[in-house]
Design a protein around this ligand. Sequence first.
Ligand SMILES: [Zn+2]
Length: 69
Amino acid sequence: MNTCSMNNPLICPLCRKPNHCAYAAGRPAEECWCMNLPVPKRLLSQIPDEERGKSCVCEACVRAFKADS
Ligand SMILES: [Zn+2]
């Protein structure tokens, strides 16, 4: 595990892939995919405490979670 990715706001804390968060990339938050695809609270609860609220999850994880539940 590459610890350099810890707390990187551009990396999904669940799968360690780029989360494509527009806001973290310095673009307007309205451009982010999460504006059209709300992230379930139960998915957010799976993020490690130290990363919750710092790193966004990625769209793939949200879609996988929704398909699962
Ligand atoms: Zn992810």
